[in-house]
Write a new protein. Structure first.
Length: 150
């Protein structure tokens, strides 16, 4: 049984978080574009990561999650994270917008939970300081520690 981190990433920030989470749980991290069906065989834990775009996960991550079978979900532990802006860093209008439309990870986690998945951790968000990054100063360390706190 192995652990796997699957992520999507446009500017590389979600990839960096995925790599650091993977390191902490002795997992491989794989870009969704490179994922093969065989990578999902015999998994103990699947971690799914996406940037938040317009309050949602990327279309590829959403499709991937929709395609996961009930049988797979019954047998595999799941955790979900996203990357996102920190509301405090935004101007009033953007803050309101971002707050209203929400974030990728909670939506993906809800979709999975509704399909019967065993979600083993509250969905987590990691902060980017701008749309292309960089990550907030503590985020790589937080990524490495995330599973130590579960
Ligand atoms: C078109 C666009 C829409 C975005 N929408 C949101 C959003 O709704 N909420 C949020 O917190 N961040 C939003 N962001 C910031 C992204 O979450 C950030 O660019 C992403 O975490 C970077 O991840 P990546 O480097 O892995 O691509 C948006 C960025 C872009 C370019």
């Amino acid at each position: 049984m192995t652990n796997l981190v699957v992520y999507d990433s446009v500017y590389g920030n979600t990839k960096l978080i995925a790599q650091n989470i993977a390191k902490s749980i002795s997992a491989k991290s794989i870009n969704i574009n490179d994922l093969k069906n065989s990578d999902l065989g015999n998994l103990n834990l699947l971690v799914i990561g996406s940037p938040t775009y317009g309050g949602q996960a990327t279309p590829k991550i959403r499709q991937f999650v929709k395609d996961l079978s009930k049988e797979f979900l019954i047998n595999t532990k799941i955790a979900v994270f996203d990357t996102r802006f920190l509301e405090r860093d935004l101007n009033f209008a953007l803050k309101l917008l971002v707050k209203t439309i929400g974030y990728a990870a909670p939506k993906i986690a809800k979709l999975l939970a509704d399909k019967g998945a065993k979600i083993i951790a509250p969905p987590e968000g990691f902060i980017v300081k701008g749309k292309e990054g960089p990550l907030g100063p503590e985020e790589l360390v937080r990524a490495q520690k995330w599973f130590k706190n579960i």
